[in-house]
Design a protein around this ligand. Sequence first.
Ligand code: F6P
Length: 360
Amino acid sequence: MKKIGILTGGGDAPGLNAVIRAAVKTAINVYGCQVLGIKNGYDGFLDEDGIIPLGLADVRGILPRGGTILGAANRGNPYARKIIRDGKESVIDVSDEIVKAIRNLELDALLVIGGDGTLRIAHELAQKGARVIGVPKTIDNDIGGTEITFGFDTALNIATDALDRLHTTAESHHRVMVLELMGRDAGFIALQAGISGGADVILIPEIPFKFESVMAKIHQRDNEGGKFSILAVSEGAKPEGGAQLFARQGDEVFVPRLGGIGQAVAEYIEKQGFESRVTVLGHLQRGGTPTSFDRSLATRYGAAAVRLAARGGYDRMVALQGGTITDIPLAEALAVPKRVKLTDDAVVTARNVGVSFGDE
Ligand code: F6P
């Protein structure tokens, strides 16, 4: 193995730099291999100055840093790239150019650090001959075949801290506080942070809710002397028979942006006579320094991805199973997105301790 490339795609997640650092160190220290960084996701292959050498000095001090030194792009889909030619806007497929660029650079492997969108593209590029290896990243924790993605633990800690802070102000003012959390179509952040932060109601996409059931919980607390309530609401949660709310619809290039359900829930509660406020935690969940857990997991993933490259394990993804790092085909990781199951211990436990999911 002489030369590998690394790119970070999709939304950023705490721990990206830790993966890059571990991959660069392992590649150089163990295999004496050259490393190239591809800037801004797949776009870097097409942009002038989009490719940079990565040496040991370049990754010094980045372990605790949030974001990614390589830049990321949420719209960097080579199969739908927006271009302006002769003043006209159009969307074209540049995937063949990317595969050609990988070949021209003589990369023995391209490490793709990304969520489901970025990894799906990697898998499709692999069908065209690109030697890709996936590293599962996302605060949403929604990638199949791995117990956990890096970034998730940091997001959980930030969300839990927010719930703790909302508790004290909710209690002082006898209010209902709604915290809208990220996660797209997976409710892991709201579920786990809701448990850790003592939420009274947790609304997640996997369990459609009834407004009346949410109110029943608030009334029950009120009757029992709990003059405030805390709700952890996934951005993808939806009422029974209703639809998810979007802040922006998607198109060929943009993925749809969820948002607004927290506000809708808070408005409903207020109309029922309970003073209510909403906080949308947003990108704070992705920013800043990764937790110790995420730094360690990201480092393990980064080193394992390089070892996998050395074994020629292309079109595969490093994964955590039973607490051990392993690797699985990308196709398997992408076949079924990971979602909260009603039978999950976390859901059962939450119900045991009195949390309402708004479904009963
Ligand atoms: O997938 C990570 C994530 O943070 C989701 O939880 C959220 O819905 C989305 O990305 C937000 O994307 P953007 O940064 O493009 O607004």
